[in-house]
Design a protein around this ligand. Structure first.
Ligand code: GSH
Length: 274
């Protein structure tokens, strides 16, 4: 079996196909129609169905860390060609720079909906994140994070790497691609979970352990490791849940703290308003 071809999402029982398939750096999304987040068909006017269909394609791409901005080709099937102008207007909202190749046809096979679309996106399977060599860098090996960007445990590792300015590369692993259950991956991380950090010949797994490892590696972050028991008890480094967008940065981490907008500050409870 070619391990560069990876089915994405849950297989449809009949006929047998997946919502998408990754082939190397390309993601092929199967024909999508207007559905809500739970996969139930939603019928509406052509503008609504165009939006819902594109949102469905976006949701599938996000499973692979991609988005509509990575789409290079869309094929559109209309049940009635007279809807062209109306669908085209909404389509242009989603692809405002027109950097996409497209074909539109009228098709009788479009059943119980007004529009169906399939898409091809280009998203490198291994993402090389360009980083300037900032504070804490200085070792020769490039750190590698194995894990999908949709995982909160992966996100907190990425967040710390970015905060510390450590250069790293990331390989998308986990979830529907099921590639964490291979013998090779289980040798790195016996739990078969993401994230895993590879630093030369050192392999670290369990996200909190990775955070501590990174802190100990970076001279800038060593200052953040609590030295006293009292400080350790208050430390953020052992967190288990990660909603990064809502969590204020710990005061002692280096990096810029952006001041929240006044409206956001007011909405937060007093302890989170920093
Ligand atoms: N305690 C582990 C939990 C790891 C974990 O449950 N990872 C999830 C993603 S958040 C996972 O690997 N899910 C299966 C998958 O993505 O294939 C850690 O903090 O690293």
């Amino acid at each position: 079996m070619n391990d560069k071809i990876i089915p994405i999402g849950k297989a449809q029982p009949e006929p047998a196909f997946h919502p998408a398939v990754r082939a190397g750096d390309f993601i092929y999304v199967s024909g999508q129609v207007a559905k809500d987040e739970n996969g139930n068909m939603s019928s509406g006017n052509i503008e609504e169905e165009t939006r819902w269909t594109l949102e469905g394609i976006r949701r599938i791409l996000q499973l692979e860390g991609a988005d509509l901005s990575d789409v290079v080709k869309v094929t559109v099937y209309l049940d009635d060609a007279r809807n062209f102008g109306r669908y085209n207007k909404i389509f242009a909202e989603y692809f405002p720079d027109g950097r996409v190749s497209r074909t539109t046809v009228e098709a009788r096979a479009v059943i119980e909906c007004k529009i169906e679309m399939d898409a091809v996106a280009y998203k490198r399977a291994v993402e090389f994140v360009e980083q300037s060599h900032g504070r804490g860098a200085g070792e020769n090996t490039m750190l590698k994070v194995l894990g999908r960007g949709t995982s909160g445990n992966v996100q907190k590792v990425i967040w710390l790497l970015e905060e510390l300015g450590l250069p790293y590369e990331r390989e998308i692993m986990g979830a529907s691609s099921n590639n964490t259950q291979t013998e090779a991956y289980l040798k790195l991380n016996p739990n078969g979970k993401v994230p895993t950090l590879v630093d030369g010949d050192v392999v670290v797994w369990e996200s909190n352990t990775i955070l501590r490892y990174l802190c100990s590696k970076s001279p800038a972050a060593r200052r953040c490791i609590p030295r006293t028991r009292r400080r350790a008890a208050r430390s953020n480094v052992g967190w288990t849940a990660a909603r990064l967008a809502q969590r204020p940065l710990p005061r002692r981490f280096p990096g810029k703290r952006k001041r929240r907008k006044k409206s956001v500050r007011r909405a937060l409870p007093p302890t989170r308003r920093s």
